[in-house]
Design a protein around this ligand. Structure first.
Ligand code: ADP
Ligand code: MG
Length: 567
C-alpha cells in the first residue's frame, strides 16, 4: 500500500499556521491587515500576556455576511484574488486566504461581524479549528475577532513563545509600522487593559509620526523631496546627520502600503549615509515607497515581511539621491505640524540616540550659509572659545563651529576625491616601519594590499603577522604609522563584514582625517573664513565623517524665546 496520504484539513491548517502565525505579533499583524483590507477607518487592538493569552482586533470596516463569516475560515478562501495571474498585481494586504483558518486552528477563536445594512450580525466560535457555534448576534458594523490561548493545542509551539515583554515588544513594533503605513486610519491599542496608544486619523505622515513618537522625534528627521520616475514613487523622512543607531528598529520601510524588510533599501541608505553617521550605525527612516506592481514580488515570504524587487537599482538610485539631497540641506525641511490635543501616545521608544542635545534649530542650512553671495560674507567672526570652537554671527543667529569636526570633514572629502581620481598622495617613510597586527586582521590586510595602496598605504608582508609599512597617505605621514594602521583595521573590523574597495578607502580616509585634523586651530579671522569656505564646499558639510555635528546654530528667534523677549 502506498505511503502517501492527503493531510486532513485541520492538520494542513496547523502546518500552515506554523508559517503564518510565528508568534502573537504575527497574528495581530494578519488581523489588522484584514481590517485595513476591509476599509476600516478605525481599528482597536487589545492584547494580554504578550498576546499569548488574549488578542482582540476590532474594526469599523465592511464586515461579512453569514456565508462569508463561515467561508473565511476555510483554507484558501479569500475575497481578494481570483486567478493566479492576480498574484502579479496584488494591492491588498492579504491574498493567501490562510490567516484566519490558520489562526483558528491553533487557538480558541471568536469572530463577530456585521455588514452595514444588514440587521443582524454573525458570531462564529471555533476551538482548535473545529467550529463550535454559529449564531446571530447584535454587533456594530465591522468585524471583531478575539483569539485566546494561542497554541493551546500545540504545547510544543507554545513553549517556543518568549517572555511576555518580548512578545509585547514584537506586537508594538509591528503595529508601529502599520500605523506609519496608514496615517489616515485611527488606531487604539490596549495592553493588559490599559491604553498604550491612541492615534487619531492623521492628515499627513508627519502628523502621524508626531502623534506616535512626539514632536521631538519628528524634529530629528529630514523630509525628503517626493520623487516619481521609472515606476518608483518615494516620499517620507530620514534621520539627520549624526543621529544613527546601532539597531534598525527605527528604520521603517513601507513598500506599497506594507512595512517590509528590504535589503536593497538598507544598502542604499548605507551608501547614502557613508561618512554622515558612525560606521556600523543606521539612519532612522520612515520611507513610503510605491513601486509598479510588476516590479515587486511580495509572495516570497508567508508573512509577506520580505519582498523581492525586480529592478532594485532603480529604487536604490532614487533613495540614494533623495537622501543626499536631504542631507545637504538639513534644515527648514519640516515645519513640525501644530500640536493637537495631545493624544495619549505610549509607543514610547527610547529616543533615537539623542547624541546631540540641541535646540530645535540645529544645523545651519546650505541656503543660509551659501546664499547667491559667498557664504562667509554673511558671517561675522566673533572669536574662538574653548578648544577650537569658532563663534560666528549670521543673519539668523549665533553659530558655533567645531574646527576639529570641520577639518575632519574637509580632509575626508578631499581624500575621498583624490582616491576616486586615483591620485591619493602618499609619502615614503625614511625608514620603513615594522608593525605587528593580530592575525585575523593581518590576513585581511594581505588580501587588500591593492585597495590600501590606492588609498596611499604601501605595505608588504614581512613574515608572521608583521607588516612592513613603506609609505603612508601624505596627510598622515607625520603620525605614528603603526597607530594609523591599527585604527584602519579596527575600523574595518567594526564594520563587521568583509569590506573591499570603497569601504577600505573610506576607512583609511576616516582614520587619516581624524588623526590629521588640526587640533590647534589658530583663532584668527582669515583662517576661520578659509575653513568655513572649505567646509561649505563639501558635499556633506554638517557632520564630521564619524557623524559629529560641525556646526550648531542658535537662532535669534530661539534666543528671544529663551530670554522671554517679545512675548
Ligand atoms: P486573506 O486576507 O489572505 O484573503 P484571510 O484568511 O486573512 O485571507 O481572510 C479571509 C477572508 O476573510 C478575506 O479575504 C476577507 O474576505 C475576509 N475577512 C477577514 N477579515 C476581515 C475583516 N476584518 N473584515 C472583513 N472581511 C474580512
Ligand atoms: Mg488576511
Amino acid at each position: 500500500m502506498g505511503k502517501i496520504r492527503l493531510l486532513p484539513d485541520e492538520v494542513a491548517s496547523q502546518v500552515a499556521a506554523g508559517e503564518v502565525v510565528e508568534r502573537p505579533a504575527s497574528l495581530v499583524k494578519e488581523l489588522v491587515e484584514n481590517s485595513l483590507d476591509a476599509g476600516a477607518r478605525k481599528i482597536w487592538v487589545e492584547f494580554v500576556c504578550g498576546g499569548s493569552r488574549f488578542v482582540s482586533v476590532r474594526d469599523d470596516g465592511c464586515g461579512m455576511d453569514r456565508d462569508d463569516a463561515l467561508l473565511c475560515l476555510e483554507r484558501h478562501a479569500t475575497s481578494k484574488i481570483r486567478h493566479a495571474s492576480d498574484l502579479a498585481r496584488v494591492r491588498s494586504m492579504g491574498f493567501r486566504g490562510e490567516a484566519l483558518p490558520s489562526i483558528a486552528s491553533v487557538s480558541r477563536f471568536r469572530l463577530a461581524t456585521r455588514e452595514s445594512g444588514s440587521e443582524a450580525g454573525t458570531e462564529v466560535v471555533v476551538a482548535g479549528g473545529k467550529i463550535e457555534t454559529v449564531r446571530e448576534v447584535g454587533v456594530a458594523t465591522g468585524t471583531h475577532i478575539e483569539v485566546r490561548d494561542l497554541f493551546y493545542n500545540l504545547p510544543a509551539r507554545r513553549k517556543f513563545l518568549r517572555g511576555e515583554e518580548t512578545e509585547s515588544a514584537h506586537i508594538i513594533h509591528g503595529l508601529q509600522g502599520i500605523t506609519l503605513a496608514n496615517p489616515s486610519v485611527a488606531f487604539e491599542c490596549r495592553r493588559e487593559g490599559s491604553a498604550i496608544v491612541a492615534l487619531p486619523r492623521a492628515e499627513s505622515l508627519a502628523v502621524r509620526i508626531r502623534d506616535l513618537f512626539g514632536g521631538g522625534y519628528l524634529a530629528k528627521l529630514l523630509e525628503i523631496d517626493d520623487f516619481a520616475a521609472d515606476g518608483v514613487r518615494l516620499g517620507g523622512f530620514l534621520g539627520r546627520p549624526g543621529q544613527g543607531r546601532r539597531d534598525r528598529l527605527f528604520q521603517v520601510v513601507i513598500l506599497n502600503g506594507r512595512p517590509v524588510h528590504c535589503l536593497a533599501v538598507q544598502q542604499a541608505l548605507r551608501e547614502a549615509y557613508l561618512g554622515v553617521i558612525e560606521r556600523g550605525e543606521h539612519p532612522a527612516c520612515v520611507l513610503h515607497i510605491d513601486m509598479d506592481l510588476e516590479l515587486v514580488d511580495c509572495n516570497v515570504h508567508p508573512a509577506k515581511r520580505e519582498v523581492r524587487l525586480r529592478r532594485p537599482e532603480v529604487l536604490q538610485r532614487a533613495i540614494f539621491d533623495a537622501a543626499r539631497r536631504a542631507l545637504v540641506q538639513p534644515q527648514h525641511r519640516i515645519a513640525p505640524p501644530p500640536p493637537t490635543a495631545r493624544t495619549q501616545t505610549a509607543f514610547v521608544p527610547e529616543p533615537p540616540q539623542a547624541v546631540i542635545p540641541l535646540p530645535e534649530q540645529t544645523l545651519v542650512s546650505n541656503h543660509q550659509l551659501k546664499g547667491t553671495v559667498a557664504g562667509r560674507a554673511r558671517f561675522r567672526f566673533m572669536g574662538m572659545v574653548g578648544e577650537g570652537y569658532l563663534v560666528l554671527e549670521g543673519d539668523e543667529g549665533l553659530v558655533l563651529l567645531d574646527t576639529r569636526a570641520a577639518s575632519e570633514r574637509i580632509l575626508f572629502e578631499a581624500m575621498m576625491r583624490q582616491i576616486a581620481e586615483g591620485n591619493a598622495p602618499s609619502q615614503r617613510l625614511l625608514i620603513p616601519a615594522l608593525v605587528d597586527i593580530p592575525s585575523r586582521e593581518h590576513a585581511w590586510v594581505v588580501d587588500h594590499l591593492e585597495d590600501l595602496r590606492v588609498a596611499g598605504f604601501f605595505l608588504e608582508p614581512f613574515g608572521g603577522t608583521t607588516l612592513k609599512i613603506e609609505a603612508l597617505p601624505a596627510w598622515a605621514a607625520q603620525k605614528e604609522p603603526g597607530r594609523l594602521l591599527h585604527e584602519v583595521t579596527a575600523m574595518l573590523r567594526a564594520a563587521g563584514r568583509l569590506p573591499h574597495g570603497r569601504d577600505v578607502h573610506e576607512a583609511v580616509a576616516r582614520s587619516v582625517s581624524r588623526l590629521a585634523a588640526s587640533k590647534d586651530f589658530p583663532g584668527d579671522e582669515i583662517r576661520a573664513g578659509k575653513l568655513l569656505d572649505e567646509l561649505l564646499g563639501c558635499d556633506l558639510p554638517y557632520a564630521s565623517p564619524s557623524g559629529r555635528p560641525t556646526m550648531i546654530q542658535f537662532s535669534f528667534a530661539e534666543l528671544d524665546r529663551k530670554f522671554g523677549r517679545g512675548g
